[in-house]
Write a protein that binds this ligand. Structure first.
Ligand SMILES: Cc1cc2nc3c(=O)[nH]c(=O)nc-3n(C[C@H](O)[C@H](O)[C@H](O)COP(=O)(O)O)c2cc1C
Length: 152
């Protein structure tokens, strides 16, 4: 269960899926974590807005991009927030750096309302290896509905 989470939603979803699958969690952490101000997409000059406007700025160095005993996993979940319709780019470096040959790869995202759209496909192209599945999205309105349903 490899995931990146800036504000905690994807971390919650990853924890939930890891519980259900007895998976091992691996959090992707940028060398320089994004602050709330960095993530302000309403501000054209915020860190993410600048990276979004200029793709060449979007290479994010990670604290670690290799997983211990990588060869022993045959299924890898990759979780991320949706940023402007695609996977938050801190996952790109991980996907590029690892060999997914003979692995089942299941992308999932959290978002305000978007689905996965092409995000999984784009990551599969970046990876170049692996059997990438359709995956699933956990938009917040659905999470809220699930909570409401549970509360009865
Ligand atoms: C820079 C940025 C861009 C976003 N773009 C979208 C978007 O295009 N569609 C959407 O539904 N949500 C969008 N969101 C909302 C996040 O996807 C959502 O809050 C997500 O659950 C955050 O995950 P996290 O708590 O793991 O960081 C965006 C959030 C940020 C910070």
């Amino acid at each position: 269960m490899v995931y990146y989470s800036a504000a905690g939603n994807t971390e919650d979803a990853a924890g939930y899926i890891a519980d259900l699958t007895s998976g091992t969690l691996f959090e992707l952490e940028p060398d320089e974590p994004y602050t709330d101000e960095d993530l302000n997409y309403n501000n054209d000059s915020s860190h993410v807005s600048q990276e979004y406007a200029d793709e060449s700025l979007g290479d994010v160095d990670l604290v670690a991009d290799t997983v211990e005993n990588w060869d022993s996993y045959d299924t890898v979940f990759i979780g991320y927030p949706i940023w402007w319709g695609i996977a938050a780019w801190p996952v790109d470096g991980f996907v590029k750096a690892n060999d997914f040959t003979a692995k089942n790869v299941i992308p999932f995202c959290t978002s305000a309302s978007s689905g996965l759209s092409e995000s999984g496909q784009l990551l599969a192209e970046l990876a170049g290896t692996g059997d990438w599945q359709a995956g699933d999205a956990f938009p917040l309105h659905r999470q809220r509905k699930r909570c409401t349903d549970m509360a009865g």
